[in-house]
Each structure stands twice: as C-alpha cells, then as structure tokens.
Ligand binder design. Structure first.
Ligand SMILES: [Fe+2]
Length: 279
C-alpha cells in the first residue's frame, strides 16, 4: 500500500514551513491506549539493547508517562536539555524544509499514530516512530549537535543535488545506527528503537554484517526499505560522529561518489573493519 501522508504542498491548516498545531485534544482515548501499549512493549524489550543516551532521554522526556505526549509539556524538557523542540507536521515533508528544521533545532514529527492493528509495523514514520524513536537521542548534547550539523550539510546538499548521497548518512546512523558501549553493541537509531524485532535483529542476529563507521563507505551503501537491514554501521562515539559530520567538506565526496556504484546491503567491501558480537 502506498504511503498516505505524502503531500506535494502543505495541505489546509499547515504552514508554509510544513508545521501545524499538534492539536493534542484531537487524539482519541483509543489512540492514547495504543500509544501506552506501544511504549510499554518497546520499553520492556530495550533492556540491554538501547544505548545509555537513549535510556536517559526516555527518563528526561518522561515518555513512559501514560498517553500521547502533549508537545506543550514535552518541549520545555527538551529545550532545557539541548535547545531542541519538536514540531508537528502532516507526514513526510520535502527535503529542504526538513533540513532547515534540523539545522534550526526543530524536529518534525508526523502528527498521526499507527492503528492498534499494526502495532509492530508502520509503513510510514508515525508519531510513535518520531517521538519514541528519535526524541530521546535529542536530549544528548553531542548527538543533538550532530543532527544540527547534518541539517546544515543537508541545506548545502540540496543546492548541489546530492541529497540521496548525504541521506545515506542519516539512514545508516540516525535511523539504523549502532554504537560500541560497555564492551557491547547498543542501538541508537530510531528505525531500530521504534521496532522491537529489528532492534533484536540488529544487535544480536549472527548473519548480519556490522561494519565500523567509515563516512564514505556509509554514503556509498544502499539500504532496504521494507525488510531488516543486512549491514549496520557501528560508531565508536557520538563525539566522533559529530566531529566527522561538522568538519567534513562533503562536496569532494559527492563528486567521487556521483558515478560510483552503490554497495548492496550486506555486501562486503575491501577495507571493511567488521565489529563482532560481544566486543
Ligand atoms: Fe525516522
């Protein structure tokens, strides 16, 4: 089924920058119950799989409190931590608006929740993915600065038609990233942390290629939309991810990769440093 929340221009009630009022009272009792069920199931499953920054962020934002969070209550806590805020948007928004929001410390969150019948999988990023998956990491000052640097790089990538190449950095870190922590692997990507089964798969499955983060390798690696990834990239620290993103001049990389073939998901590449389970 095609994604339902994709628009060519802001629909009625949505501003030119694609933001809209969250209109918290619109959520029904059934939607609040679905949220509670999602949070309860996912929180229980993340023990030993999610990185420390994510678990600390859950506490800071009090996302386990019953009911869909009201942004009016959530934003002061997020702002105190890192100066970020979450803004409601109708669904997937254009790249230029998305990058501008990130570069100015605003995280766009889809203003709808998956149905109770599809708890395990939402074909589009929904409120649970965006709030539960992404926001806790934005309470970490270093990760928060990394996402600002990424947003600024995105604004520039738009101008030189290199969004797809840069976007693979986002996919392999912000969505599906792993980190080495406490001599083990932990998840920090929102695509993982909002999905019980893929978190377990990414961190524990034996037949997965886990590759030490290398910027150019990441930006040259394809990913899968509708199935679990076969390659995951492992960062050594958020400091390193921030440094690489903030200090790299991406344009020479875009030029080098413009006509280069992509590495298929799970494919080997000369020079890969594999991170083994139990590191
Ligand atoms: Fe996401």
């Amino acid at each position: 089924m095609a994604a339902l929340h994709v628009y060519e221009r802001p629909p009625e009630g949505v501003a030119a920058d694609w933001t809209m009022p969250q209109n918290w009272p619109q959520f029904t009792d059934a939607e609040h119950r679905t949220w509670d069920l999602l949070v309860e199931r996912q929180s229980r499953a993340l023990d030993g799989l999610a990185c420390d920054a994510f678990l600390t962020g859950l506490d800071i934002l009090r996302l386990s409190k019953p009911g869909i969070p009201d942004f009016a209550e959530l934003n002061p806590r997020l702002a105190r931590a890192t100066g970020w805020e979450v803004v409601a948007v109708p669904g997937v928004i254009p790249n230029d608006a998305f990058f501008t929001h990130l570069s100015e410390r605003r995280f766009p969150a889809a203003n709808f929740l998956r149905s109770a019948e599809s708890l395990d999988y939402s074909e589009e990023p929904d409120l649970f993915h965006d709030l539960f998956g992404h926001l806790p990491m934005l309470t970490d000052p270093v990760f928060a600065d990394f996402l600002v640097a990424y947003g600024k790089a995105g604004v520039k990538a738009e101008r030189c038609s290199s969004v797809d190449t840069l976007g693979r950095l986002y996919l392999h870190t912000v969505e599906f990233g792993l980190i080495q922590e406490h001599d083990a692997l932990r998840a920090f990507g929102a695509g993982l942390l909002s999905s019980i089964s893929e978190t377990v798969h990414a961190v524990t499955a034996p037949d997965v290629r886990r590759i030490a983060f290398d910027l150019e390798r990441v930006m040259q690696t394809d990913y899968l939309f509708d199935e679990f990834q076969r390659s995951y990239f492992v960062i050594e620290s958020f400091d390193h991810l921030l440094k690489v993103t903030a200090e790299t001049d991406f344009e020479p990389i875009y030029k080098r990769l413009r006509d280069a073939p992509l590495f298929a998901p799970g494919a080997a590449c000369l020079g890969d440093r594999l991170v083994l389970l139990g590191v």
